[in-house]
Design a protein around this ligand. Structure first.
Ligand code: UDP
Length: 483
């Protein structure tokens, strides 16, 4: 809880409509409210319900959080009826642009009416800076990733090192960037490598310009995790930024930890009971976030690997029982053989609740930043299996800088369906994070980072202080404007 009164501050949060962007915003709302700051989340009706569920689980501060739902005339926008989230469609840029076009006038109405102290809008909405400026409101950008990846993306954009290699698989060192970080061209997001006038390139250009005119950037990370890159971002790249994470740590009770994003498809108490029956650090948790997906052949390889690795596991597979190919991805008799040893969650898992359980000993992750930050906060070593977005950069932070992860070795940035990995490789890397001397070393490093993460958000910690700096800065700005 903040000690100083912030009740004159009112923050508008305007998230992109995907779970990986909405979940940290929901946590952020709780964080702001826990410091006595009023918050309004602006979103669509379906997503508003999800925000209500996740923010109301914190009774003490939920009175400060308001949720405003904007109706989406989806048919008119060329979207299927009821489509309000990228999880109901394959993510597409048209979707993003259509949603943005529809939402802007109504957001502006709300800004005019409520005159909040600040608008925190997702990086996917470059137009939000000018929209807020019309009413004299500063705009903060939320990217949803770490300093390391923000810096790496910017350096790649500026220096294009992938142009200096002769093939997609030849590696290069990211230039003018601390840490001698190596990548291959095939791991770089496709849109970074093209110089065309495609939707994504235009969006990125607009994003860049709008960021320059924004008040600054809000980052879900903590200073001690990546000091070199936090400094690089601010001092070398000249960005104004505040680190306020890990925001997921604002969830303390079982209810809060299990009420994030979609409704879990497993009973949280059953899940905890299952975990309680296991030894400390003995269970591997496997989950690839809310967007990345795999073909049945790859899921089968994962199943065979989990069986062969011999560790207890929880595996989240985003396929329901009712889907056509429901069992194609499971080896014959797998579930019977794994009874008591492995728990498959078909659909949505209460991830933070699971990660924080003492029985969890390792995390196989696609390196989405929220998952990565949640794994770090839980003090866990990781198997890194990046698929798309900025996940290949996040992997490098985990494996090369923090040294708490082992890479599964994926080489190809792919929009949704992940690059293929064989059973033997998966068995090897899972064992590497779970057993042996090196695994113990990695685990103790991960534990230390977990402790630092907790300290960062406690009173006087680095994120706590930067949060207060942010609020104080906004207050000063407001009084200057009024004066
Ligand atoms: N998540 C969850 N249960 C699931 C899958 C994902 O709670 O079954 C949450 C996870 O805790 C994280 C978010 O969804 O907060 C996923 O965000 P991330 O950045 O890791 O990946 P993305 O989904 O954006 O690729």
């Amino acid at each position: 809880m903040g000690s100083e009164s912030h009740d004159s501050v009112h923050i508008f949060l305007f998230p992109f409509l995907a779970h990986g962007h909405m979940i940290p915003v929901s946590d952020m709302a709780k964080l702001f409210a826990s410091h006595g700051v009023r918050v309004t989340i602006v979103t669509t009706p379906l997503n508003a319900t999800r925000f209500t569920q996740s923010t109301q689980s914190r009774k003490s501060s939920s009175g400060l959080i308001q949720i405003k739902a904007i109706e989406l005339p989806s048919e008119e926008a060329g979207l299927p009826k009821g489509c309000e989230n990228v999880d109901t469609l394959p993510p597409s840029l048209d979707l993003v642009n259509n949603l943005a076009r529809l939402i802007q006038p109504q957001l502006e109405e709300l800004l005019k009416e409520f005159k909040p102290t600040c608008l925190v809008a997702d990086m996917f909405y470059p137009w939000a800076t000018e929209a807020a400026a019309k009413f004299g409101i500063p705009r903060l950008v939320f990217h949803g990733t770490c300093f390391f990846s923000l810096c790496a993306s910017e350096v790649m954009r500026l220096h294009k090192p992938f142009k200096n290699v002769s093939s997609e698989t030849e590696s290069f060192v990211i230039p003018y960037f601390p840490g001698e970080i190596e990548l291959t061209s095939s791991q770089v997001p496709a849109f970074v490598k093209t110089n065309d006038s495609s939707g994504m390139n235009q969006l990125m250009k607009a994003r860049k310009e709008s960021e320059l005119k924004s008040y600054g950037v809000i980052v879900n990370s903590f200073y001690e995790l990546e000091p070199v890159y936090a400094d690089y971002y601010r001092n070398e790249l000249g960005k104004k930024a505040w680190h306020i994470g890990p925001v997921s740590l604002c969830n303390r009770e079982i209810e809060e930890k299990s009420n994030r994003g979609k409704e879990a498809t497993v009973d949280k108490h059953e899940c905890l009971k299952w975990l309680d029956s296991k030894k400390a650090d003995s269970v591997v948790y496997v989950c690839f976030g809310s967007v990345a997906n795999f073909h049945s052949t790859q899921l089968k390889e994962i199943a065979m690997a989990l069986e062969a690795a011999g560790q207890d596991f929880i595996w989240v597979v985003r396929r329901g029982k009712d889907e056509e190919d429901q069992d194609e991805w499971l080896p014959e008799g797998f579930e019977e053989r794994m009874e008591g040893k492995g728990l498959i969650i078909r659909g949505w898992a209460p991830q933070v609740l699971i990660l924080d359980h003492p029985s969890i000993g390792g995390f196989v992750t696609h390196c989405g930043w929220n998952s990565t930050m949640e794994g770090i906060s839980a003090g866990l070593p990781m198997v890194t299996w990046p698929v798309s977005a900025e996940q290949f950069y996040n992997e490098k932070l985990v494996t090369k800088v923090l040294k708490i992860g082992v890479s599964v070795g994926t080489q190809k940035w792919i929009m949704i369906f992940g690059d293929s990995v064989k059973k033997e490789t998966i068995v090897k890397v899972v064992s590497e994070i779970m057993v042996g001397e090196e695994a113990e070393l990695r685990r103790s490093k991960a534990r230390e980072l977990g402790k630092q993460a907790r300290r960062a958000v406690e009173v006087g910690g680095s994120s706590y202080q930067d949060f207060n700096n942010l609020i104080q800065g906004l207050k000063n700005l407001k009084s200057q404007q009024l004066g």
